[in-house]
Design a protein. Structure first.
Length: 343
């Protein structure tokens, strides 16, 4: 009720109505953010936003599992049709107990190697061997970055030392991007994740694939290829909270290599206090810190007004923003010249 209004109190406004309205708005925003990523998910999200009964059902899930990304991934994991809304809705309702089970067991842990395209220009400047640590590593697919091929704006391919990779990552550039001239030499690699996905588990790899948007065959192919690379070159991912495990894992890194700590689309899943704790810890380390996160997610990083691309990630090095990037690595735009190369 508005203060100072003579209008009677609307008794139909309940907690359930408010939650339903918030969830509907979140699905509409999701459709705007992901319009260029998945027409299928965009259409489903808009249909859900106008479906009061479905919104009420979604609001019975734990708050963190009401997001469209989780719901659609759960649907794909359960082989629910996504071709038309009526079939999707009927099938989803019939499988709702399984959706509730997944909401207890699974989290959104997208592991997209294409996000490396935004961080490689920073990594490639490091002279000498690299000790690579990824926090929020999921299945650890990004930790094999030196075993993938890269191309920017249709230019020359950048291949690993042993030749072209089955994982071929491409993106467009906006503005004067310092296109990488080399792939760093990674001599040690490790990951940390609260609930790692293991590629030797059929259920985990099925969930990993279900997390992918459905309208990008190249993205699916690259993730499948990266899974095979991981099977050939496994990387250990420590299970645990990133704040609790960070220093323990860092202590295992070789002293004669440059320590790099990187993360992508991770800190938004932390509380503000936990994110601030992480930033304090990583800032005190003798390490190159590369973040690829949504704007305003990394504590202490200031983004100039008017500089943020709509619905983009901000790439930062050592707490300083250097680029904007598409959430799934489709494009990158550099903000300013890079500081001197890391020795």
């Amino acid at each position: 009720m508005r203060c100072g209004s003579s209008a009677p109190f609307d008794e139909t406004v309940t907690v359930e109505n408010i939650n339903e309205s918030l969830t509907a708005e979140r699905y509409r925003v999701f459709s705007q953010i992901n319009a260029d990523l998945s027409p299928t998910y965009t259409r489903l999200a808009l249909e859900i936003a106008d479906d009061a009964e479905m919104l009420r059902r979604i609001d019975t899930l734990p708050p963190a599992k009401r997001q469209a990304g989780f719901l659609f991934s759960a649907a794909r994991y359960l082989d629910i049709t996504i071709d038309d809304y009526v079939s999707f809705r009927d099938h989803l309702v019939s499988e709702w107990p399984s959706v509730e089970r997944l909401a207890e067991e699974r989290t959104v842990q997208t592991n997209d190697p294409a996000r490396l395209l935004a961080m490689l220009p920073v990594l490639a400047r490091i002279d000498g061997p690299v000790a690579l640590l990824e926090v929020g590593a999921s299945a650890g697919l990004c930790l094999n970055l030196d075993r993938y091929s890269y191309r920017y704006d249709g230019g020359e391919w950048l291949h690993p030392a042993d030749g072209p990779s089955t994982v071929a990552l491409e993106c467009s550039v906006r503005g004067d991007v310092p296109v990488s001239a080399r792939i760093p030499e990674v001599v040690w690699r490790a990951g940390i994740d609260l609930n790692p996905l293991y590629i030797d588990s059929e259920e985990d790899t099925r969930w990993l694939r279900a997390l992918l948007w459905p309208d990008n065959e190249e993205r699916r192919r690259n993730v499948d290829a990266a899974i095979e690379v991981m099977r050939e070159h496994p990387v250990h991912v420590t299970q645990g909270d990133l704040n609790d495990e960070l220093l323990n894992v860092v202590a295992q890194a070789p002293q004669d290599a440059t320590l790099v700590i990187m993360h992508s689309a991770v800190l938004s899943y932390l509380t503000q206090s936990d994110a601030e704790r992480f930033v304090r810890t990583v800032s005190d380390l003798d390490a190159v810190w590369i973040a690829n996160e949504m704007a305003d997610i990394v504590p202490g990083i200031d983004i100039e007004t008017g500089q943020v691309e709509p619905f983009s990630f901000v790439v930062s090095e050592g707490g300083l923003p250097v680029a904007h990037a598409h959430p799934h690595g489709e494009w990158i735009r550099w903000l300013k010249p890079l500081p001197p190369a890391v020795e």
